[in-house]
Design a protein around this ligand. Structure first.
Ligand code: ZN
Length: 132
């Protein structure tokens, strides 16, 4: 077994930042029916940065490991960081080439974070443009 696979299995078996954030966190949820992945993420944003990120849910090793790795990677970073994240970045973080059948699994947690961040950035940048 390669080091990378061991790392993914470790994040799957011992997910980091697993749980809910009580209080005024921003949350979003998404599912990947084709695989059965179901993940929710809670985020605390302060001064444009991820102050805290946690997730809950269940799914395959790729979806859970990606969520776990993203929480570690992004904590303390500007929220706009996730806008540029794509599949190549996820492969870099996971250290493997993601096979086509698992691409949706890896994208699921990232897309949840993107959804939260896009909503947040929209509220900040265009306060007058919400009602259209
Ligand atoms: Zn999956």
């Amino acid at each position: 077994m390669s080091l990378y696979r061991e790392n993914i299995l470790d994040h799957y078996k011992n997910p980091r930042n697993f749980g809910k954030i009580p209080g005024s966190s921003k949350s979003s949820h998404a599912e990947n029916p084709s695989c059965g992945d179901s993940i929710s993420m809670d985020v605390v944003i302060d001064k444009g940065k991820f102050e805290d990120i946690k997730f809950t849910g269940e799914g395959c090793s790729i979806s859970i490991a990606t969520a776990s790795i993203l929480t570690e990677e992004l904590k303390g970073k500007p929220i706009s960081t996730v806008i540029d994240y794509n599949l190549e970045k996820l492969e870099e973080l996971l250290g493997i080439e993601i096979v086509p059948a698992r691409k949706k699994c890896a994208k699921l947690p990232l897309n949840i974070l993107k959804k939260i961040v896009l909503k947040e950035l929209k509220n900040q940048s265009f306060p007058d443009l919400q009602m259209i």
